[in-house]
Design a protein around this ligand. Sequence first.
Ligand SMILES: NC(=O)c1ccc[n+]([C@@H]2O[C@H](COP(=O)([O-])OP(=O)(O)OC[C@H]3O[C@@H](n4cnc5c(N)ncnc54)[C@H](OP(=O)(O)O)[C@@H]3O)[C@@H](O)[C@H]2O)c1
Length: 287
Amino acid sequence: MTTLKGKTVLLTGASRGLGVYIARALAKEQATIVCISRSKSRLDKTCNEIKALGGQGISIPFDIQNLTELPVLMERIQEFVAPIDILINNAGIEIHRAFTDYSTEEIQSVLGTNLLSAMELTRLLLPSMKERGSGHIVNIASLAGKKGVAYNSIYSASKAGLIMWTDAMRQEFAGTGVYFSSICPGYVSEIGMTADSHIPAPKLAGVSTPTRVVNAVLRAIKQNKAEVIVNENLLTETLTKIMFAIGQISPVSVDTIYRLLGVAELNQRRVENWTPNRGLKIGTYDK
Ligand SMILES: NC(=O)c1ccc[n+]([C@@H]2O[C@H](COP(=O)([O-])OP(=O)(O)OC[C@H]3O[C@@H](n4cnc5c(N)ncnc54)[C@H](OP(=O)(O)O)[C@@H]3O)[C@@H](O)[C@H]2O)c1
């Protein structure tokens, strides 16, 4: 898809963090953006920004963990707004825990938000995209899906699932005009879940700006990229790819690199500093 002008994009997680940056970039390209997340007040703020930047924003407060209500919502959006040209599955949560301390509800919440909702939204939008012979699904994954991360294992599993599922879907839909991309950012500065934890990410691991992630999303759509690894700069991105290639041959040697980088240590500190996650407060969330 070479241009986004006039396209309709469904963007989840548009109320804060990276979603707001992605929405702004799409607005500058004059797209219509259907913004979904739970917080109505924050979504409305994003939509006002979209309008000011030259796009159109539609705010839909919705908890994407409610998988059973998604079919009606998607039907209404496609009927009353427009058929969706691009779906960006960006909403995500993480809960840091030692594995045995996770509750069933927490495991379901992370997998439901990060993986199952993306699959279900895609499943519901694909028939229309296939019929029109055009569409793009962009899944915001993470480097945590390329290499397991201790004390964030459910998040890692959800993102690994997202990456592998995207890979399979790209092959399944080859030749249909519907494209699939996964974006794999490492730690992100300034905004979003890493910044919100108030525990600095290990510098040696590389920390990307939100703009770098947004540029990766635009590149994936415009140049039909299968997978984009995002890190601080081109050098750290190349080193990251080499490290993952080594990990295919010797996972344990990359365990050592992660230990030296301080990844597990950082997550252990996050476990100690953890406060009830916004993702779990279903029904009591600020509207
Ligand atoms: N920031 C990073 O360092 C980083 C690194 C790698 C990958 N990522 C990925 O990038 C994506 C965005 O992350 P972020 O850092 O921007 O996170 P964030 O600031 O915590 O924002 C998460 C977004 O997801 C929405 N969301 C969460 N649960 C939801 C639910 N049940 N229903 C609907 N919306 C929901 C939130 O909106 P409401 O709370 O209003 O619902 C919010 O808009 C995520 O998939 C994340 O895994 C982030």
